[in-house]
Design a protein around this ligand. Structure first.
Ligand code: TYD
Length: 137
């Protein structure tokens, strides 16, 4: 989605079930998110560095800080919007065609990503100027 904007990013409340034994959250294909999950990966033991710094041409994602917190800065080439993920039931839905930077990982943070496609380096734009050109095309 070349014409996607930061306003197309959405925080969703992930279903949760709780009783005296604690909490359980679930994300299921066809029910909770607008794409089918093909891949899951997660970032953890991240030191004081920034990660991300890329866009995807096709990939859609749901990011969840299953532990700790992290800032996700979304950028459509015109506007930036920061999302603070700090609860295991809070998910950030990211459409394709947007630049993201991941910053301020707290100690012990785990950032899980549910992705609509398998890993494909050709889907990445890792150069910011190239991203700006892509959005203008
Ligand atoms: P990278 O894209 O640099 O991480 P991030 O942008 O989230 O900070 O990925 C780090 C390494 O992991 C890189 O060598 C590619 C590899 N990788 C895979 O092999 N499969 C995957 O699904 C992902 C997300 C990364």
């Amino acid at each position: 989605m070349k014409n996607s904007t930061v306003d197309d990013c959405k925080i969703i409340d992930i279903r949760r079930y709780t009783d005296s034994r604690g909490y359980l959250s679930v994300v299921e294909n066809g029910i909770d998110i607008p794409f089918d999950i093909k891949r899951i990966y997660y970032l953890y033991m991240v030191p004081e560095v920034a990660r991300g710094a890329h866009a995807h041409k096709e990939l859609q994602q749901l990011l969840i800080a299953t532990s700790g917190s992290v800032d996700v800065i979304m950028d459509d080439g015109q506007e930036k919007k920061t999302f603070h993920l700090d609860r295991p039931w809070k998910g950030l839905l990211i459409p394709s065609g947007l630049w993201r930077d991941l910053e301020n990982f707290s100690g012990g943070a785990v950032l899980m990503c549910l992705a609509s496609e398998g890993y494909d380096e050709k889907d990445y734009i890792r150069d910011y100027q190239e991203f700006l050109n892509y959005k203008k095309q």
